[in-house]
Design a protein around this ligand. Sequence first.
Ligand code: AVJ
Length: 322
Amino acid sequence: MLTQPLLKPAVSGFAEDVRVGLTKSGQREILSKYLYDEVGSALFEAICLLPEYGLTRADTRLLQQHADEMVARMPLPAHVAELGSGSGKKTRWILEALARRQHTFYYPIEFSPAALAACEKELGQIDLVHIVGFEKPYLEGLQAVVNRREGNERVCVLFLGSTIGNFDRPAADDFLRQVRSILEPGDSLLLGTDLEKSVAVQLLAYDDPAGVTAAFNLNVLARVNRELDANFDLKQFAHEARWNTEDRRIEMHLRSLRRQRVNIPGAGLQIGLEPGETIWTESSHKYSPMEPIEMASRTGFRCEAQWIDQEWPFAQNLWIVE
Ligand code: AVJ
């Protein structure tokens, strides 16, 4: 019997990704998924409460107001997988609507163990809902969920909060095609997409006056310090939110305020930063209402319905696998 893995797992995916991202020629970057350690997840929860960040409230409102209709329009699923559940607060409405009809398995798939624990606590008590968390990358987690399907049970995937907006447009299509390839006809995907609004409103949502988003962004450097023994001096960096007109996205960057060197022993790395140079930490793409409908047909789905919030333009899109 095989008792040892044939290949040693990489020492740490984080260290390797930081090394690759910070040594890129041109724009340096740290992948946005690393914003969500325990501190980052807590700061993101605080962002969701900010008056300037209407996204999460719009997402939640649509789910709360239309959960019964959403559930009525999808082939009734026995298994619900959520990609990036976060705390899972807004998912309650959908799960309660489903549980009024039948017993439902719910699988939050989360990269962040802290978020997964919060989610299990928040949603573990609903009658007729059985929760099984997966601490895995999205597609691996989804494959594990689909493997639990028996007979002709249907699967519904939740991808809420406009997390899809973190992918650039070609990568989003690619990712959605991969999701589609794991699913079967009759399965469904509920996709949340933040819609384009005035640049001023969008910038304020990602650069709030209380500085919560700045703290969220800067925390990724603190995380590199904590986990990779680095010596980033956070006072020498400024949070920056930009609207990229061509790609229709908000970008978050960390701007170096002076010429400086940083040691990152855990990634075997030393870097020099120029004054004004930035590290790109996140993109949040914004969509027209038609865009998710076109994305569906390009990636092997049909858009069954769309619900748009009037207060903060945001769309929930219900897609069915063709
Ligand atoms: C959780 C990825 C949807 O892009 O709006 C909030 C993260 N970043 N403020 C977003 C975020 C800065 C958020 N998503």
